[in-house]
Design a protein around this ligand. Structure first.
Ligand code: ADP
Ligand code: ADP
Length: 229
């Protein structure tokens, strides 16, 4: 076992269930570290909008809330990671989500003599995730989102901008969130186990305030990892 120095290309993986705060933290870390935020869900949605062949292939899976097959996902993500803006590193959000994807990523990096720098597991218990996502309401007219506990509209149930009654997204209903979590969590834990064996995983308490979560992640990233070679 040796203490690894910071590699030339800094690849940080953010791992956590839906609603754990990956997107929120990735945006902040992207600014703090000057690295692009690469979110597989955003890449798929962009491919759908652009009508590319990846978008066509992914559509049926995305509509069912299922994972897109590894072969399609890996090819799309590797192409994005090879773009010049990721030459110094990237914050990965939503990829890899399966051990197959993790192995493909490791292999690609190893081909350039590189490896994952850090894996940050943003840990939030299921009940808190359901509370968070179930508290999210959206204006069907302008798309603004509100939260029943920490981002309330001035008048309950009504959009501040245009007075439209707020609605809940179908996939944010508690029973739907629970079903998505049941499908998502086992492969996510397998990805964490995969990287845990190398000593590059840091667990962060994702129930803290957003700023405190960022501070915990930055503290972990500044500390040397105890990578197992
Ligand atoms: P993910 O990308 O993991 O699905 P998001 O970053 O979209 O999660 O966050 C999901 C919801 O939870 C958003 O409404 C966001 O504002 C809220 N949120 C994120 N981090 C926290 C936090 N530390 N405490 C409370 N709410 C949070
Ligand atoms: P969610 O957190 O609700 O799953 P995302 O925005 O991360 O939302 O992803 C949207 C959809 O894109 C997923 O439901 C899935 O179909 C697909 N997707 C995103 N990332 C991956 C991945 N790494 N592997 C397979 N499918 C993915």
């Amino acid at each position: 076992m040796s203490v690894a120095s910071t590699p030339a290309r800094r690849i940080v993986l953010l791992v956590g269930a839906v609603g754990a705060g990956k997107g929120t933290q990735a945006e902040i870390l992207s600014r703090e570290l000057g690295l692009p935020h690469l979110a597989s869900g955003d890449l798929f949605r962009q491919a759908l909008r652009d009508g590319t062949s990846v978008g066509d292939q992914a559509r049926q899976y995305m509509e069912r809330g299922e994972l897109v097959p590894d072969e399609i996902t890996i090819a799309m993500f590797m192409e994005r990671l090879a773009q010049p803006d990721a030459a110094r590193g990237a914050i990965l959000d939503g990829f890899p989500r399966t051990v197959g994807q993790a192995e493909a990523l490791d292999e690609t990096l190893a081909g350039h003599g590189e490896r994952i720098w850090r894996v940050i597991f943003i840990d939030v218990p299921t009940e808190e995730i359901i509370r968070r996502v179930a508290g999210r309401f959206q204006c069907p007219t302008c798309g603004t989102t509100y939260h029943a506990s920490h981002d309330r509209p001035r008048v309950e149930g009504t959009c501040d901008n245009d007075g439209t009654p707020l609605v809940q997204r179908d996939d944010d209903r508690p029973e739907v969130v629970r079903a998505r979590l049941e499908k998502q969590v086992p492969p996510m834990l397998a990805v964490i186990d995969h990287y845990q064996a190398r000593g590059v995983v840091d667990r962060v308490d994702g129930t803290q305030e957003i700023d405190a979560v960022t501070d915990s992640i930055m503290r972990d990233l500044r500390a040397p990892s105890s990578e197992v070679r």
